[in-house]
Design a protein. Structure first.
Length: 146
């Protein structure tokens, strides 16, 4: 599966999802990362069996600086989901979230797959970062998926 995205923003979007799960899952809880594909998208889901988000939180969770202290009372900034949501939209994809209080949360990044005509499998044709450019799209290969 090939996608063309900004690798740094992808890294931070995924890191934010993992940190959110870790911050909102009690000790001994589970966090699961699953990668799958649809007809047009690669779907990366970070799910946990943590505290969950109430309905009000779900309606505001993508807003900058919106936060509620979790059940452990830890203070948060309220930017993680906002930044991940922005990344998904900027990449031509989207982000979905589902949650239930006391049962956990699942957040999915859906990123468009590249058209097969655009994929260049030549490993010798690596494209280095462009000096002076803020972003450098790269190919990310997800293997082992059917």
């Amino acid at each position: 599966i090939f996608v063309e995205i900004d690798r740094e923003r992808f890294y931070y979007a995924l890191l934010n999802l993992l940190l959110n799960s870790a911050e909102n899952t009690p000790e001994g809880g589970r966090i699961r990362v699953a990668v799958s594909k649809t007809k047009r998208f690669v779907k990366i889901t970070v799910g946990d069996n943590g505290f969950g988000i109430d309905e009000e939180g779900l309606t505001h969770c993508f807003e900058p600086f919106y936060t509620k202290n979790n059940s452990a009372g830890r203070k948060k900034m309220g930017l993680g989901l906002t930044l991940a949501h922005y990344f998904a939209a900027e990449s031509g994809g989207r982000m979905n979230i589902s949650s239930e209080i006391g049962k956990g949360t699942a957040v999915s990044l859906l990123i468009p797959m590249m058209d097969s005509e655009k994929v260049n499998l030549s490993l010798s044709a690596s494209s280095p970062d462009i000096p002076g450019e803020k972003y450098s799209p790269v190919y990310i290969v997800f293997s082992g998926l059917e």
